[in-house]
Design a protein around this ligand. Structure first.
Ligand code: ARG
Length: 458
């Protein structure tokens, strides 16, 4: 098939070579953005007197009908026309004849593809922000049901201090708030129009870049044409933000997987979010949590892939830049579905409150309480730490816990210890006394929930 740029060529590549260079197998996803960009472009060309009004009308009518065909799945994308831009231009030509050739006046595929990517990402980032919001809402709802649910707080995956399960979930709410803020902030750099930068150097035609930017809803235009066609920072930034989101989801997945193990039994995934084994009849596996954890690797890979593509490319456009797309599409898809699956898993999981609470009672996670108690009664904290450490050691020898030590034994250790120590050592007391701002005490957790709800309502 004759190429739209074939004038200078005598021979044609074989199909398999064409297919190596083609981006249509994936950039067809930019069809709608591509057409929107073209409509804005011809509108501006007519306003600036570069093409006639009736030519503009014919082109727009043709583009709109192609947009419709694509939306209805009636459009034949062909490898012979390399990419989405040439596929649409060729179809326009077939539909309205030679006047279609005026569309590409004062434009290049270089500013065209960059425009498409900016438009696409702006929309997708908005969608991901909504999905983040939804997951945050799910976390806050779950947290509000578990303000008073005790669980062991861990450091080094060892029982550290008793905390509220709601507090634990809200930590993820906070991470996702930062993810959301980062994405929102990045919109400033996505929401910029490269259209009119042309191939690299701008154009001799008297175009109006501000008009196309306004028509497409961009807040700004690129200042430098060379930068406009070759900048892919906004995609790298998106991939980096995506990598952070996936890292957060992956940490939560790791906890969900641990918590659903036989050893923990803190939660049970809903049947809808678990899978069975083809050989072991008893199995209920947290596959989806594992998959999100696994897919995190792909998103990191996409980030590193594009950083590497860009590092050695001289200004301005190089075909290397076509490699910006698959990773971006993949990240959009992976992040979106992972956020949805995570929301479903959290919303539907059962929490074994008793098991969780019980595991804070048969441990030494109240040792800090005893040390703080001694410190409150005038014993220097370092000394208190040493006393309690020795006591923990001796309890381990006897197979008992701090709450099992008799009052007379306590008083032998230090006369400052009174009968109120048993209440102090209770895990619920330990949790609720952590009433410092942002701590796990129920008052603090309730306040955090209120702040989160207010933020989400905005
Ligand atoms: N398919 C190309 C891409 O995705 C479009 C730009 C082509 N420009 C060019 N000068 N070959 O990057």
């Amino acid at each position: 098939m004759e190429k739209l740029w074939s004038g200078r060529f005598q021979a044609q590549s074989e199909d398999w070579v064409n297919s190596f260079g083609a981006s249509i197998p994936f950039d067809y996803q930019l069809a709608h953005e591509d057409i929107a960009g073209s409509i804005a472009h011809v509108t501006m060309l007519a306003t600036c007197g570069i093409i006639a009004n009736d030519e503009k009308e014919q082109i727009i009518t043709g583009l709109e009908s192609i947009d419709q065909q694509i939306a209805e799945g009636q459009f034949d994308f062909t490898l012979a026309h390399e990419d989405i831009h040439l596929n649409i231009e060729k179809a326009l030509h077939d539909q309205i004849g030679p006047v279609a050739g005026k569309l590409h006046t004062a434009r290049s595929r270089n500013d065209q593809v960059a425009t498409d990517m900016h438009l696409y990402l702006k929309q997708q980032v908005g969608m991901i922000i909504e999905k983040l919001n939804n997951l945050q809402q799910v976390l806050v709802n779950k947290a509000s049901q578990h303000v008073e649910t005790l669980m062991p707080g861990y450091t080094h995956l060892q029982h550290a201090q008793p905390i509220s399960f709601g507090h634990h979930l809200l930590a993820y709410y906070s991470m996702l708030s930062r993810d959301q803020a980062r994405l929102t902030e990045s919109l400033k750099r996505i929401d910029i129009s490269p259209l009119g930068c042309a191939a690299l150097a701008g154009t001799t035609f008297p175009i109006d870049r501000q008009q196309t930017a306004d028509l497409l809803g961009f807040s700004a235009i690129y200042d430098n044409s060379l930068d406009g066609v070759s900048d892919r920072d906004f995609i790298i930034e998106f991939l980096s933000n995506s990598a952070l989101i996936m890292m957060h989801l992956s940490r939560l997945c790791e906890e969900l997987i641990l918590w659903s193990s036989f050893e923990f039994q803190f939660i049970e995934m809903a049947d809808q979010y678990a899978t069975g084994s083809s050989i072991m009849p008893q199995k209920k596996n947290p596959d989806y949590a594992e998959l999100i954890r696994g897919k995190t690797g792909r998103v990191y890979g996409n980030l590193f892939g594009l950083l590497t593509v860009l590092k050695g490319t001289p200004l301005t456009y190089n075909k290397d830049l076509q490699e910006d797309k698959e990773g971006m599409f993949d990240a959009v898809k992976t992040v979106s579905v992972s956020l949805d699956v995570m929301a479903g898993m959290i919303d539907s999981m059962a929490v074994n409150v008793e098991t969780m609470e019980h595991s804070t009672e048969k441990d030494f996670s109240n040792a800090t309480e005893l040390a703080d108690y001694l410190a409150n009664h005038g014993i220097p904290f370092r000394e208190a730490h040493e006393i309690v450490g020795k006591l923990v050691y001796s309890c381990i020898q006897q197979g008992i816990f701090l709450q099992d030590v008799s009052l007379s034994d306590y008083q032998a250790i230090s006369p400052v210890i009174k009968a109120d120590i048993y209440d102090v050592l209770a895990s619920r007391t330990a949790m609720n006394r952590r009433n410092s701002y942002g701590g796990t005490g129920s008052q603090q957790v309730k306040d955090s929930i209120k702040r989160a709800q207010a933020a989400l309502a905005k």
